[in-house]
Design a protein around this ligand. Structure first.
Ligand code: GUN
Length: 287
Protein backbone atom coordinates (compact mmCIF):
# COMPACT_ATOMS: atom_id res chain seq x y z
CA UNK A 1 0.00 0.00 0.00
CA UNK A 2 1.22 3.53 -0.73
CA UNK A 3 -0.07 6.20 1.60
CA UNK A 4 -2.37 9.06 0.67
CA UNK A 5 -0.38 12.31 0.76
CA UNK A 6 -1.87 14.94 3.05
CA UNK A 7 -1.16 18.14 1.13
CA UNK A 8 -0.66 20.91 3.68
CA UNK A 9 0.40 23.41 1.07
CA UNK A 10 -2.88 23.17 -0.80
CA UNK A 11 -4.91 23.28 2.40
CA UNK A 12 -2.95 26.33 3.59
CA UNK A 13 -3.78 28.05 0.29
CA UNK A 14 -7.47 27.31 0.81
CA UNK A 15 -7.41 28.60 4.40
CA UNK A 16 -5.53 31.74 3.31
CA UNK A 17 -8.13 32.54 0.66
CA UNK A 18 -10.93 32.07 3.21
CA UNK A 19 -9.04 34.43 5.54
CA UNK A 20 -8.46 37.03 2.82
CA UNK A 21 -12.26 37.29 2.38
CA UNK A 22 -12.83 37.57 6.12
CA UNK A 23 -10.16 40.28 6.35
CA UNK A 24 -11.80 42.38 3.61
CA UNK A 25 -15.04 42.16 5.56
CA UNK A 26 -13.29 43.04 8.84
CA UNK A 27 -11.69 46.12 7.28
CA UNK A 28 -15.02 47.24 5.79
CA UNK A 29 -16.80 46.84 9.11
CA UNK A 30 -14.14 48.39 11.36
CA UNK A 31 -12.16 50.80 9.20
CA UNK A 32 -9.03 49.23 10.68
CA UNK A 33 -6.44 46.91 9.12
CA UNK A 34 -5.36 43.95 11.31
CA UNK A 35 -1.69 44.30 12.21
CA UNK A 36 0.94 41.82 13.38
CA UNK A 37 4.16 43.07 15.01
CA UNK A 38 7.07 40.63 14.76
CA UNK A 39 10.10 40.99 17.00
CA UNK A 40 13.35 39.46 15.81
CA UNK A 41 16.33 39.46 18.16
CA UNK A 42 19.72 38.71 16.63
CA UNK A 43 20.41 37.27 13.19
CA UNK A 44 19.72 33.51 13.39
CA UNK A 45 19.30 32.57 9.70
CA UNK A 46 16.37 30.15 10.28
CA UNK A 47 14.51 32.79 12.35
CA UNK A 48 15.16 35.37 9.59
CA UNK A 49 13.49 33.04 7.07
CA UNK A 50 10.53 32.25 9.35
CA UNK A 51 9.86 35.92 10.09
CA UNK A 52 10.19 36.89 6.43
CA UNK A 53 7.71 34.17 5.44
CA UNK A 54 5.28 35.23 8.15
CA UNK A 55 5.38 38.85 6.98
CA UNK A 56 4.93 37.89 3.32
CA UNK A 57 1.94 35.75 4.24
CA UNK A 58 0.42 38.71 6.15
CA UNK A 59 0.80 40.94 3.12
CA UNK A 60 -0.80 38.33 0.83
CA UNK A 61 -4.03 38.20 2.89
CA UNK A 62 -4.29 41.92 3.70
CA UNK A 63 -2.80 42.00 7.21
CA UNK A 64 -0.33 44.81 7.99
CA UNK A 65 2.95 43.71 9.50
CA UNK A 66 5.75 45.42 11.39
CA UNK A 67 9.25 44.11 11.96
CA UNK A 68 11.12 45.18 15.09
CA UNK A 69 14.76 44.13 15.00
CA UNK A 70 17.00 44.11 18.04
CA UNK A 71 20.68 43.30 18.29
CA UNK A 72 21.65 39.83 19.58
CA UNK A 73 23.33 41.45 22.60
CA UNK A 74 20.24 43.45 23.65
CA UNK A 75 19.58 43.46 27.43
CA UNK A 76 16.26 41.91 28.58
CA UNK A 77 15.04 45.30 29.80
CA UNK A 78 15.17 46.79 26.34
CA UNK A 79 13.22 43.92 24.81
CA UNK A 80 10.66 44.20 27.63
CA UNK A 81 10.34 47.93 26.93
CA UNK A 82 9.58 47.20 23.27
CA UNK A 83 6.96 44.60 24.25
CA UNK A 84 5.34 47.13 26.63
CA UNK A 85 5.21 49.68 23.80
CA UNK A 86 3.59 47.18 21.42
CA UNK A 87 1.12 46.14 24.15
CA UNK A 88 -0.08 49.77 24.36
CA UNK A 89 -0.07 50.50 20.62
CA UNK A 90 -3.71 50.38 19.50
CA UNK A 91 -2.66 49.85 15.88
CA UNK A 92 -1.02 46.52 16.81
CA UNK A 93 -3.32 43.51 17.27
CA UNK A 94 -0.86 40.62 17.36
CA UNK A 95 2.65 40.39 18.84
CA UNK A 96 5.09 37.64 17.94
CA UNK A 97 8.52 37.39 19.54
CA UNK A 98 10.45 34.93 17.39
CA UNK A 99 12.07 32.13 19.38
CA UNK A 100 14.71 31.09 20.27
CA UNK A 101 15.95 34.23 22.03
CA UNK A 102 19.66 34.81 22.81
CA UNK A 103 20.95 33.20 25.99
CA UNK A 104 21.13 36.35 28.12
CA UNK A 105 17.37 36.78 27.78
CA UNK A 106 14.92 34.93 29.99
CA UNK A 107 12.29 33.83 27.43
CA UNK A 108 9.60 33.12 30.01
CA UNK A 109 9.90 36.69 31.36
CA UNK A 110 9.38 38.02 27.85
CA UNK A 111 6.46 35.73 26.98
CA UNK A 112 4.62 36.63 30.20
CA UNK A 113 5.06 40.34 29.41
CA UNK A 114 3.05 40.12 26.18
CA UNK A 115 -0.57 41.29 26.49
CA UNK A 116 -2.46 37.94 26.44
CA UNK A 117 -5.07 39.49 24.11
CA UNK A 118 -2.29 40.09 21.53
CA UNK A 119 -0.45 36.80 22.14
CA UNK A 120 -1.10 35.20 18.74
CA UNK A 121 1.45 32.42 19.45
CA UNK A 122 -0.59 31.46 22.56
CA UNK A 123 2.59 31.04 24.63
CA UNK A 124 1.51 33.31 27.53
CA UNK A 125 0.71 31.29 30.70
CA UNK A 126 -2.82 32.73 30.75
CA UNK A 127 -3.45 31.43 27.24
CA UNK A 128 -1.83 28.07 28.05
CA UNK A 129 -4.05 27.84 31.15
CA UNK A 130 -7.16 28.68 29.16
CA UNK A 131 -6.25 26.00 26.62
CA UNK A 132 -5.81 23.39 29.35
CA UNK A 133 -9.21 24.33 30.79
CA UNK A 134 -10.89 23.96 27.40
CA UNK A 135 -11.73 27.65 26.88
CA UNK A 136 -8.93 28.85 24.62
CA UNK A 137 -8.54 32.42 23.40
CA UNK A 138 -6.01 31.38 20.70
CA UNK A 139 -4.86 27.91 19.74
CA UNK A 140 -1.07 27.62 19.35
CA UNK A 141 -0.19 27.63 15.64
CA UNK A 142 1.56 24.29 15.11
CA UNK A 143 -0.83 22.12 17.17
CA UNK A 144 -3.77 23.92 15.52
CA UNK A 145 -2.26 23.06 12.11
CA UNK A 146 -2.09 19.37 12.97
CA UNK A 147 -5.68 19.37 14.24
CA UNK A 148 -6.99 21.30 11.22
CA UNK A 149 -5.15 19.05 8.78
CA UNK A 150 -6.73 15.97 10.35
CA UNK A 151 -10.22 17.50 10.57
CA UNK A 152 -10.23 19.02 7.09
CA UNK A 153 -8.84 15.81 5.56
CA UNK A 154 -11.82 13.94 7.01
CA UNK A 155 -9.66 11.84 9.36
CA UNK A 156 -11.63 10.61 12.36
CA UNK A 157 -10.00 11.69 15.65
CA UNK A 158 -12.67 10.75 18.21
CA UNK A 159 -12.04 7.37 19.77
CA UNK A 160 -8.72 6.85 17.98
CA UNK A 161 -5.37 6.27 19.66
CA UNK A 162 -3.08 9.21 18.95
CA UNK A 163 0.60 8.79 19.81
CA UNK A 164 2.65 12.00 19.91
CA UNK A 165 6.47 11.88 19.92
CA UNK A 166 7.88 14.93 21.70
CA UNK A 167 6.62 16.86 24.75
CA UNK A 168 7.66 20.40 23.77
CA UNK A 169 5.76 23.45 25.03
CA UNK A 170 5.24 24.57 21.42
CA UNK A 171 3.94 21.34 19.84
CA UNK A 172 3.65 18.03 21.67
CA UNK A 173 2.22 19.05 25.02
CA UNK A 174 -0.46 21.50 23.81
CA UNK A 175 -1.42 19.11 20.99
CA UNK A 176 -1.89 16.27 23.49
CA UNK A 177 -4.31 18.49 25.41
CA UNK A 178 -6.23 19.61 22.33
CA UNK A 179 -6.75 16.15 20.85
CA UNK A 180 -7.85 14.65 24.17
CA UNK A 181 -10.38 17.39 24.90
CA UNK A 182 -14.10 16.80 24.62
CA UNK A 183 -15.75 17.89 21.37
CA UNK A 184 -15.01 18.40 17.66
CA UNK A 185 -11.36 17.76 16.76
CA UNK A 186 -10.87 15.99 20.09
CA UNK A 187 -12.05 12.92 22.02
CA UNK A 188 -8.92 10.94 21.16
CA UNK A 189 -7.01 8.71 23.55
CA UNK A 190 -3.57 10.33 23.59
CA UNK A 191 -0.17 8.93 24.55
CA UNK A 192 2.62 11.51 24.84
CA UNK A 193 6.06 9.92 24.36
CA UNK A 194 9.47 11.45 25.09
CA UNK A 195 13.15 10.66 25.50
CA UNK A 196 12.49 8.52 28.63
CA UNK A 197 9.80 6.34 27.04
CA UNK A 198 11.01 2.71 26.97
CA UNK A 199 10.48 0.60 23.83
CA UNK A 200 9.22 3.52 21.80
CA UNK A 201 8.52 1.41 18.70
CA UNK A 202 6.15 -0.83 20.67
CA UNK A 203 4.14 2.29 21.62
CA UNK A 204 4.21 3.97 18.20
CA UNK A 205 3.00 0.72 16.56
CA UNK A 206 -0.24 1.02 18.55
CA UNK A 207 -1.00 4.46 17.05
CA UNK A 208 -3.94 5.01 14.72
CA UNK A 209 -2.55 8.53 14.30
CA UNK A 210 1.17 9.14 14.89
CA UNK A 211 2.39 12.75 15.26
CA UNK A 212 6.14 13.30 15.33
CA UNK A 213 7.74 16.50 16.66
CA UNK A 214 11.20 15.71 18.05
CA UNK A 215 13.57 17.48 15.65
CA UNK A 216 15.55 14.38 14.62
CA UNK A 217 15.91 13.77 10.89
CA UNK A 218 14.17 10.61 9.57
CA UNK A 219 13.87 9.22 13.12
CA UNK A 220 10.65 7.26 12.51
CA UNK A 221 11.22 4.14 10.41
CA UNK A 222 8.66 1.89 8.71
CA UNK A 223 8.80 -0.74 11.47
CA UNK A 224 7.58 1.86 14.00
CA UNK A 225 4.30 2.40 12.15
CA UNK A 226 1.13 0.28 12.17
CA UNK A 227 -0.02 -0.54 8.62
CA UNK A 228 -2.69 1.96 7.56
CA UNK A 229 -1.89 4.52 10.31
CA UNK A 230 -2.02 8.28 9.70
CA UNK A 231 1.46 9.82 10.11
CA UNK A 232 1.89 13.56 10.69
CA UNK A 233 5.46 14.84 10.50
CA UNK A 234 6.05 18.18 12.23
CA UNK A 235 9.86 18.06 11.85
CA UNK A 236 11.83 20.54 9.76
CA UNK A 237 15.50 19.48 9.71
CA UNK A 238 18.08 21.11 7.48
CA UNK A 239 20.52 18.38 6.38
CA UNK A 240 23.06 17.85 3.59
CA UNK A 241 20.20 16.17 1.66
CA UNK A 242 18.07 19.32 2.00
CA UNK A 243 15.08 19.80 4.31
CA UNK A 244 13.77 16.52 5.78
CA UNK A 245 11.20 15.68 8.42
CA UNK A 246 11.38 13.53 11.55
CA UNK A 247 9.92 10.63 9.54
CA UNK A 248 11.71 8.52 6.92
CA UNK A 249 9.12 9.51 4.33
CA UNK A 250 10.08 7.12 1.49
CA UNK A 251 9.99 4.06 3.75
CA UNK A 252 7.00 5.01 5.90
CA UNK A 253 4.76 5.95 2.97
CA UNK A 254 4.80 2.26 1.96
CA UNK A 255 3.24 1.30 5.31
CA UNK A 256 1.08 4.27 6.38
CA UNK A 257 -2.47 4.93 5.21
CA UNK A 258 -1.85 8.69 4.98
CA UNK A 259 1.23 10.84 5.53
CA UNK A 260 2.30 14.51 5.46
CA UNK A 261 5.32 15.40 3.30
CA UNK A 262 8.19 17.66 4.41
CA UNK A 263 8.28 20.27 3.03
CA UNK A 264 4.67 20.94 2.05
CA UNK A 265 2.90 19.38 5.05
CA UNK A 266 2.45 21.05 8.42
CA UNK A 267 4.92 23.91 7.75
CA UNK A 268 2.74 25.99 5.40
CA UNK A 269 -0.27 25.54 7.68
CA UNK A 270 1.41 27.02 10.74
CA UNK A 271 1.68 30.41 9.08
CA UNK A 272 -1.96 30.26 7.99
CA UNK A 273 -2.90 29.66 11.66
CA UNK A 274 -0.85 32.67 12.74
CA UNK A 275 -2.84 34.82 10.29
CA UNK A 276 -6.08 33.33 11.63
CA UNK A 277 -5.07 34.18 15.21
CA UNK A 278 -4.10 37.73 14.18
CA UNK A 279 -7.52 38.31 12.63
CA UNK A 280 -9.16 36.83 15.70
CA UNK A 281 -7.09 39.14 17.98
CA UNK A 282 -8.13 42.15 15.88
CA UNK A 283 -11.78 41.11 16.07
CA UNK A 284 -11.66 40.91 19.87
CA UNK A 285 -9.66 44.11 20.37
CA UNK A 286 -11.80 46.22 18.00
CA UNK A 287 -15.12 45.00 19.40
N1 GUN B 1 10.19 29.48 16.80
C1 GUN B 1 9.87 28.24 16.34
N2 GUN B 1 8.53 28.11 16.25
C2 GUN B 1 8.00 29.28 16.67
C3 GUN B 1 6.67 29.76 16.80
O1 GUN B 1 5.69 29.08 16.54
N3 GUN B 1 6.54 31.03 17.26
C4 GUN B 1 7.60 31.80 17.58
N4 GUN B 1 7.36 33.03 18.04
N5 GUN B 1 8.84 31.40 17.46
C5 GUN B 1 9.04 30.14 17.01
Amino acid sequence: MTAQILDGKQLAQQIRSELAEEIVEFIQNNGVVPCLAAVLVGDDPASEVYVRNKRRACEAVGIDSQLHRLDASVPSEELLKLVAKLNKDQAVHGILVQLPLPRQIDSSRVLIAINPAKDVDAFHPENVGRLVQGRPRFLPCTPQSVQQLLVRSGIEIAGRHVVILGRSDIVGRPLSIMLSQRGPGGDATVTLCHSRTPDLAAVTRTADILVVAIGRPKFVSADMVKPGAVVVDVGINRTDDGVVGDVDFDAVREVAGAITPVPGGIGPLTIAMLLKNTLSAAESLEK
